[in-house]
Every structure is written in C-alpha cells, then in structure tokens.
Design a protein around this ligand. Sequence first.
Ligand code: HOZ
Length: 428
Amino acid sequence: MSSGPLSQKLFATAKQYIPGGVNSPVRAFRNVGGEPFFVRRAKGSRIHDVDGRVMIDYVGTWGPAILGHAPQVVLEAIHDAAKEGISFGIPNPYEVDMARTICEWVPSVEKVRMVSSGTEATMSAIRLARGYTGRDLIVKFEGCYHGHVDSLLVAAGSGALTHGNPDSAGVPRGFADLTVVLPFNDPAALEELFEKRGGEIAALIVEPYPANAGLILPKPGFLQLLRDITAKHGTVLIFDEVMTGFRLAKGGVQELEGITPDLTCMGKVIGGGLPVGAFGGRAEIMNMLAPDGPVYQAGTLSGNPVAMAAGLAQLREMDKQKGYDKLEENGQLFEEVVLETLTKKGLGYRWYRKGSMFCLFFTEREVHDLHDAKTADLAAFRKFFHYCLEHGVYFAPSQFETGFMSLAHSPDDILQTAEMAAAALASL
Ligand code: HOZ
C-alpha cells in the first residue's frame, strides 16, 4: 500500500532533516518497500494516520502499549504528576514506588537502577558485570538485539538484521573482539566456549525469548543450562527482558521459566509509553554501582517523575485487571484462528506465540535460531504485510520483529484480523 498524500509530504520533508527520514531505522519500511505512514493519533487498539486511515495495530509502539494506546489511567497519572513539575533531577517519591514495585514483581531483582531506555539498561549492565568480575569478555547470541550498544551490535537482530547490517560500522574492532557470539539453542557450542574461556567471561547476555529475529523460544533445558554454566564459571547471567518483562507475566520470563538471572534489563511496558529503562538484580552486584561502588553510571532524566508515574499507573492497572491472564486468553483465541487458517490453506508456515507476543514465520522450517529464521520467504512476507496494511491491519514492517496484542484488542478485533489475514495468505 502506498502511504497517503500527507504522509508522503511529511516524509519528503523529514528526509531533508532526519537521516533516512526516520528516528529509528526499523520505521523506514525499506525492506518491505514503500514509505512509512505518519500517525496523527493512537487510541486503544487503533492507530489513525495523518491521511485519515485507521488501522488495528499489532506493533503497540514496539511493546510498551500493553493496555492499548493512550489508556485513561496513564493519561491521568501523567497529568497529575506533570502538574507538580516535569523533571527535578533530585529524588522524588515515584522513584521509590517504582523500585519497590519492580523488586516485588521480578523474582531476581533485589535492587534496581532506573534509566531512560533499554539500550542504557543493557549498556550499564554490561559495564557493571565487567566491574564486578574484573573480566572483559562478553557472550551474546546470534539475532538477539540488546539496543545499539557498541559491544552488542555484533550479529544483532531487529533493525540491524532487517537492514542487513548486523555488525554496525563505527564499532571499534577492539570492542567487537570482546564479544563472542554463539548460536541460540546450541548447548554444545556453549559448553565448548565455557570449557575453553569460561574464566575470561564477565557476562552472558540473552533475550530469554529472543524477540528481535521474529520470536524464538528456548528448547527445554537451554535457559537452565545458561544458569548452571554461568554460575559454575563465575560469569554474570544477564536476562534482557526489555521486551518480555512485565509483558508476559509480572516477573517476565524468569518467573515463567523459574530461572534466576544475576541481572535483568527492563524497559518498554515499564514506562507506560514514556522513555524508561531499568536494570537490577542481586544486591551484591548492584552495590558495585556509583555512588556506593566504583562502577560509574548516571542520567539526567533517570527516575523522571512523569515517566515513573506513567509506568506505575500502567503496571498497577495490569495487576488490577489481571491483565496477564486476559492477554493469554486473547492470545489463545488469535492462535486458534491463525492455526486453523494455515491448516485450511495447506500452508506449513511456522507460528510461535507466548501470551500476547507472536510471530508468523514465512518458512516451513521449525525456527530454533537465527539461521532457521533467515530461511523465511521475505517476498511472501512483504506481500502479506502490504495486503494487511491496505485492509486496515498494521503488523511490524519486518519479518524479524514480534507482534504484540494489548488489553484493548477485543475478541472482535482479533476475529476481524484473522479473517483479513486469511485473505492475505490466500492472495500470496
Ligand atoms: N527495539 C525496537 C524493535 N524491536 C525498536 C524499534 C523502533 O524504535 O523503531
């Protein structure tokens, strides 16, 4: 679908002043062809573009909008907090509430530091792990994306993968050399590396359900192996739960899988749509942070009162509404209709879902790692994406991203989407 005339005009101007016309490469639509549309308004499960088109949205601002867009409770919390001041740079009571809530909800977190994005969280957690262990090497998995941190932009997912640039230019070789990349779900490769270099590895960072190369689930026992092997070698295990945290359960994947990482990175849902990240974990490690310890980390807007109020309102509303159970019900309904459609159409495409996160891979191969994900038929994905957009449903403009449902998606929305998706698949 081509974007409307107003979007086209805005994009032409944007390109004059913003590299590529976008503030995040994933939004450029380049790999699906065409140009991005510009949004005037988003409410509930719907986004409205500047040309007056309305779409059911399954991107949800890339994860944060778990209650739907612009929920009343969050709007009110923002309003109430902002009336008292927008930023202090001095401690405020909301920060304490937020820290206590995170420590109560996330099983492994004893202490937490607030930051302003997921990238800041992973960057700081890596530095902290290095400071704590006195080691330099870190391990990550192919296709996992941990924000645009220098040493983590190696074999990265999300926009880096979508645009064919998983190893970014501008990352000094010395940084990249300190990052060892392994295939996800491969115990033998992991064991071999730790056997050889275990004593040098400061941290192993992982998205426990990788969600930046589509959605990939760990094989049974893989996350436990990560826990056991890192504990044995004195390596800090970091769960990047920026996408899964507060999204799949109050305590994220670590609660669902019963694994206790040493550090956890958080973001997205926790900010209620405002820019918030956090990292936390064992007090013994967190106490290494300045001003108590020697590992420096800071941020002018960290713990910002308006952002904290928005995030707290969203988390409390999820709790009040038993939101995670409802999202699982919606997810199951969506799954049933998708699987039924695939069977009816005789398509062997692979579907993965956890709670409100999902991905349809346009490949018949089971997807356990990046290599499998890359067997997807990207031309088929493109056609599917544009058909859906033209018919009022917006999925992420990349095969290598995850879809999100929210509490604002009604069963009717889901059935309407499924009907439309069936037609889209039939059109391929
Ligand atoms: N990490 C997000 C995608 N997985 C970033 C997308 C964006 O900011 O456009």
